[in-house]
Unconditional design. Structure first.
Length: 81
């Protein structure tokens, strides 16, 4: 992956976050229509809030999301959205 340094008027940053969600009891429910719905929801959420989605992987029992966003947002706030 090429190094991408992003800048704003007051900051220069290079921050990536690997977020992982798993289903309760690791049940294998993220497949078929549910998987496609989760994928489209997460990609639309990234577009809406201007997050850069570098990778999205949805397995049957967990989701990996590799994103970057500006320094004004905290990881906790991004996960809550």
């Amino acid at each position: 992956m090429p190094v991408s340094i992003t800048s704003t008027s007051h900051a220069v940053y290079h921050a990536f976050y690997h977020l992982v969600w798993s289903t309760k009891y690791r049940r294998k429910v993220l497949k078929g229509a549910v998987q496609e719905s989760a994928r489209s929801f997460l990609l639309e959420l990234c577009r809406t809030h201007s997050y850069e989605c570098h990778a999205l992987e949805i397995m049957e029992d967990h989701i990996h999301l590799f994103i970057s966003f500006g320094p004004r947002r905290s990881v906790a706030d991004v996960v809550k959205e």
